[in-house]
Design a protein around this ligand. Structure first.
Ligand code: SF4
Length: 322
């Protein structure tokens, strides 16, 4: 097994719900509720779940763009959660993010050159001439002409803007890229091109990815392992092949049954998930999925299932015991 790059232990993010005349705390939204996982150097970990499951909050916590309520995030043996601001600034050079909406993350008043140069200026990297050279080289790396450096974000298509977003993330030569729904806003035909680009640069720059998506179909071909989140909890995590071929958790099975398969002759029964996703401000007791699970047991209503490991396949469900 290759070395670990990132370890997350017992991570929680609870947002207070305030109200009334004095803005008193009236409850909390458990956006991320005690999750643990690791990421090996050079791998891609996919994190999947419906909107509101806490996957994007997890990404932001890892970058410390928001503070965790509890838990530890260890990157290359250094604990991100307790770092001083200056240590954090240095570490951010090694961890970059690619966002869902490249247009929102690119300043419309800045040229592409200014946008790509900015991370280098922030981290004090290179002379002006070296930075400009690197901008031009990076545009070529992501499949755009270096002549585009003087253009502005609105002059590009959605796919090209996401290439610029990827180039920006690469400028500081990071070790880890957290990509939060990087292809969700793009046309299906463009999605594959951006995914292929991400695969190519992963090899070239020896990158590790955390790839966040709401669709198991999108992460399948890019991920070495995939984790599934539901209502702030990580309910299953396994090598991609294992997860797609033999999912354990009833929620993962239902999600997978809805992923279209290219073979028109292949018959697959879609498992419908009953009901709406409950509010994270008032999650069900016990297993958070028990209100929608077709295999629910009595214990599921009262006791939260703990994560079990069965040959490297993690699952939190009372149906599975070692
Ligand atoms: Fe269903 Fe119970 Fe497993 Fe939750 S723990 S997924 S309710 S069987």
């Amino acid at each position: 097994m290759s070395e670990l790059l990132l370890e997350v232990n017992g991570l929680k993010k609870y947002f207070p719900i305030t109200g009334g005349l004095f803005g008193r705390k009236q409850g909390e939204v458990k956006a991320v509720d005690d999750i643990s996982f690791y990421v090996r150097k050079g791998e891609t970990l996919g994190i999947v779940g419906e909107s509101g499951c806490g996957k994007s909050t997890t990404g932001r916590l890892l970058m410390r763009l928001m503070e965790a309520s509890e838990g530890k995030i260890i990157f290359e043996d250094k604990e991100i959660t307790s770092m001083s601001k200056s240590e954090l600034r240095k570490t951010r050079r090694d961890i970059q993010m690619v966002f869902q909406d490249p247009y929102a993350s690119l300043n419309p008043r800045h040229s592409i050159e200014q946008i790509l140069e900015e991370p280098l200026i922030v981290h004090g990297i290179g002379t002006k001439a070296e930075r400009k050279k690197q901008v031009r080289e990076m545009l070529e790396v992501v499949g755009l002409s270096s002549n585009y450096a003087k253009r502005y974000p609105h002059q590009f298509s959605g796919g090209q803007r996401q290439r610029i977003g990827i180039a920006k993330a690469l400028m500081t030569k990071p070790k880890l890229i957290i990509a939060d729904e990087p292809v969700s806003a793009l046309d299906v035909s463009i999605q594959a091109q951006v995914l292929n680009l991400m695969k190519d640069i992963q090899k070239e720059f020896q990158l590790t990815y955390i790839f966040i998506a709401h669709d198991l179909g999108v992460v399948r071909h890019i991920s070495d392992r995939v984790g599934v989140m539901y209502l702030g909890r990580l309910i299953e995590l396994a090598e991609s092949e294992n997860l797609y071929q033999s999912p354990f958790h009833p929620y993962t099975k239902a999600l997978l049954s809805a992923v279209p398969i290219p073979d028109p002759d292949s018959k697959k029964e879609t498992i419908l998930i009953e009901g709406e996703i409950p509010s994270p401000a008032n999650p069900p007791s016990g297993c958070a999925f028990h209100t929608r699970c077709s295999q629910v047991l009595d214990i599921c209503k009262t006791t939260r299932p703990r994560e079990q490991e069965l040959n490297g396949h993690f699952v939190a469900c009372h149906l599975f015991k070692k």
